[in-house]
Design a protein around this ligand. Structure first.
Ligand code: ZN
Length: 166
């Protein structure tokens, strides 16, 4: 049985107890969180977020890529958010490889050329948070009155701590 078959089964149970079908689309707490796709992170749980309260944008590393900015612009301009929190985490897989490592693996596994792709790995956790906070702040598509702050989540403790700017 594939994972998706199991999802179909689990969802039948979810529908039985689901009672939030009338929530509005704009996040009620007017905030967007950018964080990593790591399976150990449960941002709604560790941030105390309920359904309908925030946009949670996830990708490898919680990096502010072009596509993250695309989502943030839609979040802000069309759905009323005015605060962004960037959260990277300890033991992130993005610290375990370089662009060259992954490009070589793709070449050997797939015979494909990924030389034009920046996978956005990083070596310093706090610097990567500051870099992504700055990427949001400095985007001309993000207005100056949007609050942007960064944090590190510790997979060991479940805690988050703010990463101060420079
Ligand atoms: Zn990660």
């Amino acid at each position: 049985m594939s994972a998706f078959d199991e999802f179909l089964r689990s969802n039948r149970g979810y529908v039985q107890v689901f009672d939030a079908g009338d929530l509005p689309a704009p996040p009620s707490r007017q905030v967007a969180v950018v964080t990593c796709m790591d399976a150990r992170l449960d941002p709604e749980e560790f941030l105390g977020l309920g359904l309908g309260e925030a946009h949670v944008i996830r990708n490898a590393g919680g990096r502010v890529s072009e596509d993250t900015l695309r989502s943030l612009v839609i979040s802000q301009r069309l759905l009323g958010t005015d605060e962004v929190v960037v959260i990277h985490h300890t033991d992130c897989g993005m610290m375990s490889f370089t662009n060259d490592d992954l490009r070589q693996k793709i070449r050997s596994d797939l015979g494909a050329d990924a030389s034009g792709t920046d996978f956005m790995p990083f070596s310093d956790l706090e610097d990567s948070v500051r870099e992504d906070v700055e990427r949001v702040r400095s985007s001309e598509l993000v207005p100056d009155d949007v609050t942007v702050r960064g944090a590190v989540y510790e997979v060991e403790t479940g805690g988050i701590r703010e990463v101060p700017g420079r």
